[in-house]
Ligand binder design. Structure first.
Ligand code: CA
Length: 243
C-alpha cells in the first residue's frame, strides 16, 4: 500500500496540512461516475462541425469538466475570433443536449456503485461536483447511487460562477457539507477537473477512464493516479480508515 502513503505525502507537501481524515468525498460525474464521455465528445463534435468549426473528436476530452458555455466560447473565439451571446450559447447547448440524448444510454462506470456504497458505509458524505447540466444523467443519480447524491449534495453548472479549473466547484462542495480540505477527497478523470480539485486543497485522486494519459493527470497535480474506478474501489476502505 506504499502508493497511498506516497500520495498522502505528496498532498501534505503541496498543501502544508498535517493529517488527512476523510469525512467527505467530492466526486465528478462524466467519465468518473458515468461512462458518458464517448457520448459527450460525439455530441460536441457533431454540433461544432455543423457550425463549421474546425475541430477533432478527441479534443473534447481535454475540455471535459468545463461548463458548456466555456467550451462553446473557446471554440468560437478560436474559429472566428467571436464571443457568442448568452442567447446563442443557450441555443447551442440545448442542441448539444439533444444530440447527447440521441446517443446510446450511458452506464455507471464499472466499480463506481460499489465504491460509492463503501464510502457511505464508512460514514463518508458524498457530494457530486460536475460542470454538466445534462438532465438525462443527473436524473438517474438517485436511482443508481441511492442516498449518495440527493439534490442538496450536488454542485452543478447552475450553482457556480466559475467552473472548473477554478477551485470554486470543489470549495462549494466542501461548504455544502461543512468539511475542510483536510477532511475531503476529490475524485476526477480529466486534467481541468483535477486542477480545480487540487486548487481547493482536497486530496485529489485521478482515474484514467478514457484516452487521457496518466501523465496528463499527474501534470495537472493529482496526488494519486489510478488506472480505473475498479482499482479505486479496491483501495477506498483503506483510504477511509487513514487518520
Ligand atoms: Ca469528468
Amino acid at each position: 500500500m506504499e502508493k497511498i502513503e506516497q500520495a498522502i505525502a505528496h498532498w501534505k507537501k503541496r498543501t502544508g496540512y498535517h493529517t488527512l481524515s476523510v469525512k467527505a468525498a467530492l466526486i465528478d460525474m462524466d467519465g468518473t461516475l458515468y461512462d458518458s464521455m464517448t457520448n459527450h465528445t460525439a455530441a460536441w463534435y457533431r454540433l461544432m462541425t455543423e457550425q463549421g468549426v474546425d475541430c477533432t473528436r478527441d479534443e473534447f476530452y481535454l475540455y471535459e469538466g468545463m461548463t458548456g458555455a466555456s467550451t462553446i466560447t473557446r471554440l468560437w473565439k478560436r474559429q472566428w475570433g467571436l464571443t457568442p451571446t448568452d442567447e446563442q450559447i443557450k441555443e447551442l447547448y440545448h442542441r448539444k443536449t439533444l444530440y447527447f440524448n440521441e446517443c446510446p444510454r450511458v452506464s455507471p462506470m464499472p466499480g463506481a456503485q460499489s465504491m460509492v456504497a463503501k464510502l457511505l458505509k464508512n460514514n463518508v458524505t458524498t457530494v457530486l461536483v460536475t460542470g454538466s447540466g445534462q438532465p438525462s444523467v443527473l436524473d438517474r443519480l438517485s436511482g443508481e447511487f441511492p442516498g449518495a447524491f440527493d439534490e442538496n449534495h450536488r454542485v452543478t453548472a447552475r450553482n457556480v460562477t466559475h467552473g472548473k479549473p477554478h477551485p470554486e466547484p470543489y470549495l462549494k462542495g466542501m461548504t455544502l457539507v461543512g468539511t475542510e480540505p483536510w477532511e475531503s477527497i476529490a475524485i476526477e478523470n480529466a486534467p481541468i477537473g483535477v486542477e480545480s480539485a487540487v486548487a481547493s486543497g482536497a486530496f485529489t485522486i485521478a482515474l484514467t477512464t478514457g484516452p487521457i494519459p496518466a501523465e496528463a493527470l499527474e501534470a495537472a497535480g493529482a496526488d494519486l493516479v489510478l488506472p480505473s474506478m475498479e482499482s479505486l474501489d479496491l483501495l477506498i476502505d483503506r483510504l477511509c480508515s487513514i487518520h
